[in-house]
Design a protein around this ligand. Sequence first.
Ligand SMILES: Cc1cc2nc3c(=O)[nH]c(=O)nc-3n(C[C@H](O)[C@H](O)[C@H](O)COP(=O)(O)OP(=O)(O)OC[C@H]3O[C@@H](n4cnc5c(N)ncnc54)[C@H](O)[C@@H]3O)c2cc1C
Length: 285
Amino acid sequence: MPYRMVCLVKQVPDTRNITSDVLREDGTVNRQALPAVVNPDDLFALEMALGVRDQHGGEITVISMGPPSAVEVLREALSRGADQAFLLTDKRFAGADTLATSHVLERSIRKIGHFDLIFCGRQAIDGDTAQTGPQIAEKLNVPQVTFAESIEELNGDDIIIRRTIEGGYERIRGRLPLLITVTNTADRPRPPSAKRLMFWKKGKSLLGVQDGEERDRLAGKGLLIPLWDLEELGCPANICGFQGSATWIKSVESVKLTARETRRFDTSDQGITGLMNELRNEHII
Ligand SMILES: Cc1cc2nc3c(=O)[nH]c(=O)nc-3n(C[C@H](O)[C@H](O)[C@H](O)COP(=O)(O)OP(=O)(O)OC[C@H]3O[C@@H](n4cnc5c(N)ncnc54)[C@H](O)[C@@H]3O)c2cc1C
């Protein structure tokens, strides 16, 4: 049977090298100062959805909540094979913590209607909380499987998922509809196809079009990425954005290790075992 799938993709600042000039007074990250990328785990989530469609058929809808520039990650997901996309953008969504983010994403999934599977990344490289997926599953009242590596069996509404756990893996049997968070140990994401890349290069959200004529031309070619704001989602403003957030970021600091904090270990078996024990005792691994 073909499956109706939703995949959540987040635009994130490439936080692999944060410099002091990207931090604002209030501790929030100045996104414009860092290159924006698709959250790496979300590409593995999309690949898992594409794998289901390859085998069983179906449709993949990608959704992103973010500033207007987040249309970029939707274009990338469409170039990689997603069928349709929705951009959730509204100034009143800004500054959201995971609670407020999950409210808006939950509403967008309800607006899409029937779904069998929701895929999201295990974790975002900026907020790093891994909370959004589980929160959405709770609000939609569907079961969730986190840290998924692969779908081992999918037959009708029955599914068996392999998930990674400390020191190994476990198999989870579940019933659809269901939410899955995917790790970067899952199947490697396929590259965008050249044909789709060229096609979606011209794709825009309503915010990006100059006038009605361009809008109609893009819509005619299926290149207009629909945009949903607070009114479109019917979301009360007090559960969105900064206003609806239970947690606020006090400050964000870049941790810089200095020379005196480094230690040399001998590389003998004994030395390595000693190091491993120390890391375990300090719950680092
Ligand atoms: C440095 C930093 C620290 C933060 N700390 C906290 C905190 O402690 N508590 C808190 O509540 N918020 C925190 N936030 C805010 C948090 O980043 C946002 O709420 C964010 O939208 C969701 O949380 P996350 O980034 O941790 O994503 P995660 O929960 O790690 O994301 C998991 C998955 O959910 C999906 N997803 C997440 N956000 C979106 C989106 N906007 N659009 C589409 N899909 C999405 C993606 O598939 C993603 O892989 C922090 C933000 C920053 C920059």
